[in-house]
Design a protein around this ligand. Structure first.
Ligand SMILES: [Ca+2]
Length: 531
């Protein structure tokens, strides 16, 4: 009897132990927070350790900062594209913009058939451009699809902007529907207590999380904020903190407005992120939940004299694609940092990996699981992998593609004769084109880019039979002047109207004043004629 009692106790103890092991082994949850148009330096966290220019003085983001403090900050994180739709599509399917063919804005919501027309978007330009797809291809599996296969409950709240019938047609159990910018804009977002739908999407997310915990199901929730995309909104009391600040008030009017409205919207968003993390604590699941924070693309916002990235949203310069990123969760050491290159199309394989999926079995995916980096393990191979970015369109930009490998970045501006090469380690501001100094590196990277485009049958610009001799070719030094000179350590005040041409770029095709005038007149004439 005594023995029996003892063995019963042992069994009970063993099952308790097994129970706790089972709980520890249960699939981790994932909360993916994607914000809109936040620059690399858009939080109070320095993305690059010790580099003041990688944070923003006017941002109050204690909760976003906590994700980095309790986990890892990625200094070299990239969005898959320089704008919303293409970046979001790439995130959902784990592919580059070249492979999804949703590489630019336009044709939103049209069926993605891969039947492409080439158009003369800019009259007389040397190359025609392929019209971008404006929707996720129906055959592509999304993050929702692959996580569902792993037994996850899946939800997407907030801005979708990837079309394809909306999240619930593409692998998600719950969502806010096929939303885009409009739902977060002033016409449709009118509740003053819910600026940019920050708090309602947070309530939906918390409600979803609570239900999954109650039913003991692992979950994936993507919280896609409309902030800080243009048309900022915030709680009046939050905005007052910034508009009433004497230092901001003293700024030039338009700058003061930008600084205050964006900072207020971001602070409200940060508050909502704090609500989600508090709920994870209350539910006792923080230790088994990954929280990931990033932005869908960069943005050229004012950051005092420390604004250091070249270019802007839409472009593939660092200002368009370098984004903030941090991640916390099981196995990630608090306060850790990584300088390895990671990109938006890594999220699908990363989350699939977390969910217990075999990443090697994913088909046609360009990304890789970044969990080895996050867990500080074997990162062999990460240093030399190539990231690809593709923008064969004209929208505020010229047609261009980029390959980033280790700390080198090569641009192919299709209408210029030679590629441009930058060493991001020494020159994050992309000031000095070093292509002339490293011809072998240029050749090797250009070949790798061309081979990738060939392998995936990328849509490249095609020669325009009506190319005009008077067409003004893109000149980076004039169109996208660098904003700083890190070599001297001096950071000149941002002035978009005056582009200081760096010497190494001055050899590019220069036009005479007369030629430029003539081309300007032709453009004006075309515009008038509605071409
Ligand atoms: Ca965006």
């Amino acid at each position: 009897m005594k023995t029996h009692k003892k063995s019963t106790l042992l069994v009970a103890a063993a099952s308790l132990l097994l129970g706790s092991v089972a709980a520890a082994n249960s699939k981790p949850n994932i909360v993916f927070i994607l914000v809109d148009d936040m620059p690399w330096y858009g939080t109070a966290t320095m993305q690059e350790e010790g580099f003041g220019g990688s944070a923003m003085k006017w941002r109050n983001t204690p909760n976003i900062d906590t994700i980095g403090k309790e986990g890892m900050v990625f200094a070299n994180a990239y969005s898959a594209a320089g704008m919303c739709g293409p970046s979001r599509c790439s995130i959902q399917v784990g592919m580059t913009a070249a492979r999804t063919r949703y590489s630019g804005n336009g044709n939103f919501g049209d069926d993605c058939t891969f039947e492409v027309s080439y158009i003369e978007k800019v009259k007389g330009a040397p190359f025609l451009e392929p019209e971008p797809m404006g929707s996720i291809h129906p055959d592509f599996k999304t993050m929702g699809d692959v996580l569902r296969e792993q037994g996850y409950a899946t939800a997407h709240f907030g801005k979708w902007h990837a079309y394809g019938g909306g999240p619930e047609a593409r692998g998600y159990d719950e969502s806010d529907g096929e939303t885009s910018n409009a739902e977060g804009g002033p016409q449709l977002c009118t509740d003053p207590k819910d600026p940019k739908r920050i708090f309602s999407m947070t309530r939906s997310s918390i409600n979803f999380i609570e239900r999954q915990v109650a039913s003991d199901k692992p979950f994936f929730v993507q919280i896609s904020h409309y902030a800080e995309h243009n048309q900022q909104m915030s709680l009046p009391e939050t905005l007052k903190k910034y508009t009433g600040n004497p230092e901001i008030k003293a700024m030039e009017k338009s700058v003061a407005r930008e600084v205050a409205t964006h900072a207020a919207a971001v602070e409200d968003m940060d508050t909502s992120i704090g609500m989600v993390m508090k709920k994870l604590d209350e539910l006792g699941i923080s230790d088994n939940t990954y929280v990931v924070f990033t932005s869908d693309n960069g943005k050229g916002l004012y950051n005092g004299k420390d604004r250091i990235l070249r270019g802007e949203k839409w472009w593939l310069w660092e200002g368009g694609i370098r984004v903030p990123m941090s991640m916390k969760g099981p196995g990630i050491s608090a306060g850790s940092r990584s300088c390895l290159n990671v990109v938006g199309y890594d999220f699908l394989p990363t989350f699939y990996d977390i969910a217990g999926g075999d990443v090697a079995r994913l088909e046609n995916v360009d990304g890789v699981s970044i969990m080895p980096i996050a867990k500080g393990g074997n990162v062999k191979g990460f240093k030399d992998r190539a990231l690809f970015f593709h923008y064969p369109h004209h929208r505020n930009t010229t047609q261009h593609s980029v390959i980033i490998k280790d700390h080198y970045k090569l641009f192919n501006f299709y209408e210029l004769p030679e590629p441009y090469l930058y060493d991001l380690k020494k020159d994050i501001g992309e000031v000095s084109n070093i292509a002339g100094q490293m011809p072998e590196k240029v050749q090797q990277m250009k070949s790798e880019m061309d081979a990738y485009h060939k392998r995936i049958d990328a849509l490249l610009p095609k020669p325009n039979p009506n190319a005009s001799e008077n067409y003004v070719r893109f000149d980076p030094a004039v169109k996208v002047p660098p904003v700083c000179d890190l070599v001297d350590g001096k950071l000149p005040k941002l002035d978009k109207s005056k582009g200081q041409a760096p010497e190494e770029n001055q050899s590019q095709e220069k036009m005479s004043k007369e030629e430029k005038k003539k081309a300007r007149e032709e453009r004006r004439k075309n515009k008038k004629a509605g071409v």
